[in-house]
Write a protein that binds this ligand. Structure first.
Ligand code: SF4
Length: 328
């Protein structure tokens, strides 16, 4: 029988963007989930395949909690702001974010395959600052004129939502700048929409001569299924270094057991730990915060269980600081 497989673009288009539909799909009555609030500013968006990894009928599912908007998002908590990491203060006229020595960041798109409720850029004015085709050359010129830049980070939104053509064009332009040594992509797509990692894309990325690093973003072991494993294997076969950054999230992954399981499983996917981020204090996300004290306690527990190479660095980002602050 002829098997018809959906393209990743179709999968993306057919993802959930409606809370009522997600609840119905997961056998959760909207009445039970009455804490949910529709958010026009940061709408619900999640691939079906990711929802399939959630437990039916369980409002406490750790994957569901990452994507369901709640009334707590409307709270105005002191210390939480629309630009918690100081992106806008570091934005150059060329739409390049130049925050740290030696590396710059490009906002390649304002879209993601999934909208994570704890996102530090949930309030970011993408319409004003994302790298449109007309802004490309200015950004490339900026990077070319700064000899001290050795690494370019493609961020967003999610850079892997760009078409292969657009992504490769951008990477090749960056690669042609002699003083650039590495290109880093930050993407949650290998985790939430693994079919995007096609053989065609990986074959093209394998032809890039400069070092490519892909920092995936997985927070919980339940996110990691066989499709994600295949995506990671494909990326590895294109000689891409794979690292993971997670965000420490209250009620989602804030136990040693969960964090150990996550990093052990990632290792079997050939993904090494990079960062465990303290929550960036973006407006509307305070209910996800784990206290400083509890975070350090948690790290001590993890270190006592895992070999050193599986322990991520616990870090915080501070607006205006010249590097990430390593807490533990
Ligand atoms: S994928 Fe990353 S950038 Fe996109 S919403 Fe989630 S945390 Fe934010």
């Amino acid at each position: 029988m002829l098997q018809i497989t959906q393209s990743w673009q179709q999968e993306l288009a057919e993802g959930f963007n409606n809370i009522a539909e997600i609840c119905e799909y997961l056998n959760i009555t909207l009445e039970t989930a009455k804490f949910i609030e529709h958010s026009p500013v940061f709408p619900v968006r999640v691939p079906r395949e990711f929802v399939d990894r959630m437990r039916k009928g369980d409002l406490n599912d750790p994957l569901l909690k990452q994507i369901l908007p709640t009334k707590k998002e409307s709270l105005n908590t002191p210390g939480f702001t629309s630009d918690p990491v100081g992106d806008l203060a570091s934005m150059t006229e060329s739409s390049v974010i130049h925050k740290y020595f030696g590396r710059v960041l490009l906002i390649t798109t304002g879209s993601c395959a999934i909208n994570c409720r704890y996102c530090f850029r949930r309030n970011f004015p993408y319409n004003d600052y994302q790298l449109t085709t007309t802004k490309h050359q200015k950004a490339i010129d900026y990077i070319a004129s700064h000899q001290d830049i050795s690494e370019v980070i493609l961020s967003g939104g999610d850079p892997l939502l760009l078409s292969d053509q657009k992504l490769l064009d951008l990477i090749k332009k960056i690669e042609s700048i002699p003083h650039i040594k590495r290109i880093r992509i930050h993407s949650r797509i290998p985790i939430v929409l693994p079919h995007r990692i096609t053989d065609e894309l990986c074959a093209k990325l394998a032809n890039i001569e400069k070092d490519l690093i892909l920092v995936v973003h997985s927070n919980h072991v339940n996110e990691l299924n066989s499709k994600v494993k295949i995506a990671c294997r494909r990326l590895k076969s294109a000689h891409i270094t794979l690292l993971n950054q997670a965000v420490l999230l209250k009620g989602i992954n804030d136990t040693a057991e969960q964090l150990c399981a996550l990093h052990e499983k990632l290792f079997t996917f050939q993904v090494m730990p990079y960062y465990l981020h303290l929550l960036d204090k973006a407006t509307g996300t305070a209910h996800f915060e784990v206290s400083h004290h509890d975070s350090i306690e948690l790290m001590n527990q993890i270190k006592a269980i895992l070999p050193g190479y599986l322990v991520p660095k616990l870090v915080a980002e501070q607006a205006g600081a010249t590097n990430k602050i390593v807490i533990a």
